[in-house]
Design a protein around this ligand. Sequence first.
Ligand SMILES: C[S@@+](CC[C@H](N)C(=O)[O-])C[C@H]1O[C@@H](n2cnc3c(N)ncnc32)[C@H](O)[C@@H]1O
Length: 429
Amino acid sequence: MAFADFANLLKASMGLDAASIGGSAVERAVLERVSACGVAGPDAYWQHVCASPVELQQLIEAVVVPETWFFRDRQAFSTLVRVAREAWRTTPADGVHRILSIPSSTGEEPYSIAMALFDAGVAGDRFCIDAVDISAHAITVAQAAVYGKNSFRGRELGFRARYFDATATGHRLADRVRRQVQFRQGNLLARDVAAEPTRYDAIFCRNLLIYFDRPTQERAVRALERLLAPDGVVLVAPCETGVLLNHGFVQLEAPSAFAFRRAGARPAERKAGRRKADSVLLRRFRLGPPPTSVPVARTAAAPPVPAADLASKTAAPAETVVNLDEAAELANRGRFEEAIERCEQHLLRSGPSAEVFHLIGLVRDASGNPTEAERCYRKALYLDPHHDEVLVHLMLLLEKAGKTSEAQRLRERTHRLQQGSRTKHAPTL
Ligand SMILES: C[S@@+](CC[C@H](N)C(=O)[O-])C[C@H]1O[C@@H](n2cnc3c(N)ncnc32)[C@H](O)[C@@H]1O
């Protein structure tokens, strides 16, 4: 029995595109299950897994990527708070905001939603959260709500002192947060989840679409649409924005990106259209500290930048501080050429930088010049081969251009990088 048959089985049952988790991951999972079941080999295991839904679930458990942590991509949670407040301004005083986290993995995401709303002063009876994941193991961990170091990343960990008690086995989440979330096992692509009668005001569907191929992404978006209230908001991961933009959603005009409504749900958003959506992407751009006004010599590691990139504009006066925040802001206002000019001045002052080429790439992308955008993303990656956002933007661009095999290679590279960070953050419970 070829491993490709197992990959097809997993695609049919959970939507997984085996290539997205690296070529040999399915093979490893099958061999692990062969050994756990004590069967003779993959052929015998194939018979077993096809006959047993319980074993199919075990195989699914062996391939899922449960990577998650509290307040992953913080802006998503502040956007949710803003959207909920906005909704309460227009709904009756007792309106309850219904939120779905799918996939919820081991619970960090839905619990972060609850903590963000509590932090914003929202009472527990004003919102409820359903949390769904295909992994029964992940749901069990989520319900236990005791977390190790790996779940707390980054510097802003004040919430840990507010909502957790340190215990011998890890940090235990406060009951009042736990009570806000109802967990259940479910598959986004299965009929029972899509047939769920609740219509959600907000759906977090982050870091799942990236594991699907295009037709499966389409099915997933249709399932999300069925679960979404008419004016509801879907939040995806930074690397998944292209999927919704390609399926009739518009990005919210919000001080953060990655939140979408159905096109036409709001008149203002209907007018804003695609260009606004792209400009919001720029707002999300993570800029380093502004450079000093003193020109910085290029580093030895930096590659030569074609003269045309730098010489087309006159050098900024020596006393000018070239601030990338301003460049991003100009881009957000649709003043693309001025934004590019600032970026080029920055390159002249401070030498090549992945951040600047990333921003120029985003501007070129937003202004409808994919060829130039691709060139800039490639330069950014040359300078910083591990820049995950550039990897993802280039991957989406290549996918759109139909360069699927290169896009696939980038997808695998992104995945390997994520796996690497996972190993670094080994659980320490
Ligand atoms: C990388 S985690 C994402 C968790 C969280 N949303 C986040 O962004 O941190 C991916 C999760 O998707 C779940 N999953 C995979 N396929 C699924 C499907 N078809 N339906 C529901 N959950 C699925 C996996 O079990 C895993 O827990």
